[in-house]
Design a protein around this ligand. Structure first.
Ligand code: PLP
Length: 373
């Protein structure tokens, strides 16, 4: 049976060159990067090379990057690290749990949080953020693009507001690397979270951009690794894998975006050819990420039927999977409950070709016609 993995937003397969590099490092470079001898220096050099690769890819200085255990950890280090006393924080109602639950725990400890809901385009309105700023606002934490909707926020505008009001801006950019060009020279972002497994790198490794001058309290106690913010002997192979993956994904970004948009258009043409009734919720979206409703069709059943045909998609995000309830994110974006329950996230990437797209559309048409009968 043909297998097509269309859940790129949940995670990506690892790039083969990245996997080879990691294997080589696992086999040959085992020194502790903190050791003074040559073994240590060799391991240290691997980490510093990756740091430069990340900095070059996103337009910052290498000293502004620390490596972490994953995107969730980057979000925790950033937000808990910057909120040192009870404060006011502005965020959105559709952040990833690794932001949302950190904010809720800060709320329980006395901070106050304003959660702004997305508009119908799936975006957080920068004017609403500006209106909610008070004298006590210490942090704005807004994701670059939403993992379920694929909608993209106007981070440039939000960053200008934050800068003007002298408020720290944290951005969860986990979904964006390789899908959108990111240049931190042009954006007044103070803290930004990344995760390698979303851009064809390994799982269990992330990075956090910390703009020079931003002072974070560590959330873990231990050795002095990673600017005293992420103690523990470094995951050398994972860090090298992240470095190469970000370099590769950002090198050909325009080409990749064009290619993925072609795949998307092909998919939509095919849906139209099969006369499938569908609603694409978000117009201005990350390339390849489709939040798509099939009116009258139960999303969970569709997911299972597609899985039996070797096609992997998701109902909501990977973090909210296993639930049959309508996604709160879709409801917050003004999608009615029935349609939300009929909505799937299909995400395409550079691993796909037209055959894959045609197979997914044909199987979708078969299943939907069968259910409708
Ligand atoms: N932030 C967003 C927007 C995500 O989509 C994810 C992963 O799904 C994360 C954070 C967490 O990243 P990680 O899986 O590396 O912890």
């Amino acid at each position: 049976m043909k297998k097509v993995y269309c859940d790129i937003s949940a995670t990506t397969p690892i790039n083969i060159d990245v996997a080879k590099l990691m294997l080589d490092i696992q086999k040959n470079i085992f020194g502790n990067p903190s050791s003074v001898h040559k073994y240590g220096q060799e391991a240290h050099a691997v980490i510093e090379k990756a740091r430069i690769q990340v900095a070059n890819a996103i337009g910052c200085h290498q000293e502004e990057i620390i490596f972490t255990g994953c995107g969730s950890e980057s979000n925790n280090i950033a937000i808990k690290g910057i909120i040192k006393s009870k404060s006011h924080i502005i965020s959105s109602s559709y952040e990833h749990p690794s932001v949302m639950n950190v904010l809720k725990s800060l709320e329980q400890k006395g901070s106050s949080i304003t959660f702004i809901k997305p508009d119908k385009a799936g975006q957080i309105n920068p004017d609403l953020i500006e209106k909610k700023i008070t004298k006590k606002t210490k942090l704005i934490s807004i994701m670059f693009a939403n993992n379920e909707l694929g909608s993209i926020n106007d981070i440039l505008k939000i960053s200008k507001i934050a800068k003007e009001k002298e408020i720290i801006l944290h951005v969860d950019a986990v979904q964006c690397v390789g899908k959108l060009p990111i240049n931190l020279n042009e954006l007044d972002i103070d803290l930004m979270s990344l995760s390698a497994h979303k851009f064809y790198g390994p799982k269990g490794i992330g990075a956090l951009f910390i703009r020079k001058g931003i002072d974070l309290n560590p959330i873990l106690d231990g050795g002095g690794q990673e600017l005293n913010l992420r103690p523990g002997t470094e995951n050398i192979a994972g860090i090298a894998g992240l470095g190469l993956a970000i370099k590769k994904t950002c090198q050909n970004i325009d080409e990749n975006i064009n290619y993925i948009k072609k795949l998307e258009n092909r998919f939509i043409d095919q849906l139209n050819k099969y006369k499938i009734d569908y609603i694409l919720h978000i117009e201005d979206r990350l390339p390849g990420v489709l939040a798509i409703g099939f009116p009258g069709i139960d999303g969970q059943s569709l997911l299972i039927a597609l899985d039996l045909k070797g096609i992997a998609i998701s109902f909501g995000s990977a973090c909210s999977s296993g639930t049959t309830k309508a996604s709160k994110i879709l409801l917050d974006a003004g999608i009615n409950e029935d349609l939300a329950k009929s909505t799937l996230r299909i995400s395409f990437g550079k691993i796909h070709n037209y055959d894959d797209i045609d197979y997914v559309a044909a199987e979708l048409a078969n299943i939907i016609n069968r259910i409708n009968k």
